[in-house]
Design a protein around this ligand. Structure first.
Ligand code: DGL
Length: 259
């Protein structure tokens, strides 16, 4: 294994940074290519057919270009729709990000769990299956929000989210799930709004899969060599917005390019 072979993180936008963070903490010297599909953002309002066709093609292009050792689909929407298609298209390991319903069910005392994702994610059979397998004795209430994705994108560009907008975005979930004590952040953009969501839903625990994904990546790459120093670049599919550069730098992505 070439020590410089990167880990390729992929999302529609900045959400995958919430997955990247714990991986960086666990494997500090892993070279990172972070690829936001800014040309096709947002994913959550797109159709299954479109994403199932688009994601494997783009990932194939990225893998040809960067020769990563492993791909992380750091996006619940793309994973719940296109994970199998991506695995079939690529010859390297593909780690997906799917709603953390299992740990949420383990934590819940009230047995009422919320799943907060994109509109596309919350309607997936993949989510039905997770709920049936791991939370059969829970009431699992789903809510999709495109507004929260936009608010997370704006926050990473330095614009503080309006608390009223956050509250309005999750009000339908709170109304539909009385007694909810655990909320699955089933979109990788949402942990970037953890503080704001905690203020809007006090007392509700938030669960996401990022720490588990970091452990999975460490397991899959155990024994492989890494460079002596960390490095990271962001590779956008459309002209990048310079307002994002400071946030990217905070995640160790000091170089920015366009595919
Ligand atoms: N970050 C993505 C997810 O985890 C999707 C956001 C979007 O593009 O709608 O689902």
């Amino acid at each position: 294994m070439n020590p410089d072979a990167p880990l390729l993180f992929f999302d529609s936008g900045v959400g995958g940074l919430s997955v990247l963070g714990p991986t960086r903490a666990l494997i500090p010297n892993a070279p990172i290519v972070y690829a936001p599909d800014s040309a096709a953002y947002p994913y959550g309002t797109k159709s299954e057919a479109k994403l199932a066709a688009h994601v494997p093609v783009l990932l194939t292009r990225l893998v040809e270009r960067f020769a990563p050792r492993l791909v992380v689909i750091a996006c619940n929407t793309a994973s719940t729709i296109a994970l199998d298609h991506a695995r079939a298209a690529l010859a390297i390991p593909v780690v997906g990000t799917v709603p953390a319903i299992k740990p949420a069910a383990e934590l819940s005392r009230s047995r009422v769990i919320g799943v907060l994702g994109t509109e596309a994610t919350v309607r997936q059979p993949y989510v039905d299956d997770l709920a049936a397998r791991f939370a059969a004795d829970c009431t699992v209430v789903r809510h999709g929000s495109a507004a929260l994705v936009e608010l997370a994108e704006a926050k990473l560009r330095g614009r503080a989210p309006d608390p009223a907008a956050i509250a309005a975005a999750i009000a339908p979930l709170l109304d539909a799930a009385p007694g909810m004590d655990v909320m699955v952040l089933a979109c990788t953009h949402f942990p970037l709004l953890a503080d704001e969501l905690a203020a809007a839903a006090p007392g509700v625990r938030q669960v996401d899969g990022a720490a588990g994904i970091a452990r999975r990546i460490a397991h899959l790459t155990r024994g492989q060599p890494w460079p002596e120093r960390p490095s990271g670049q962001a590779v956008f599919t459309a002209e990048p917005d310079p307002a994002l550069f400071p946030a990217l730098a905070r995640f160790g992505l000091s170089r920015v390019a366009t595919l």
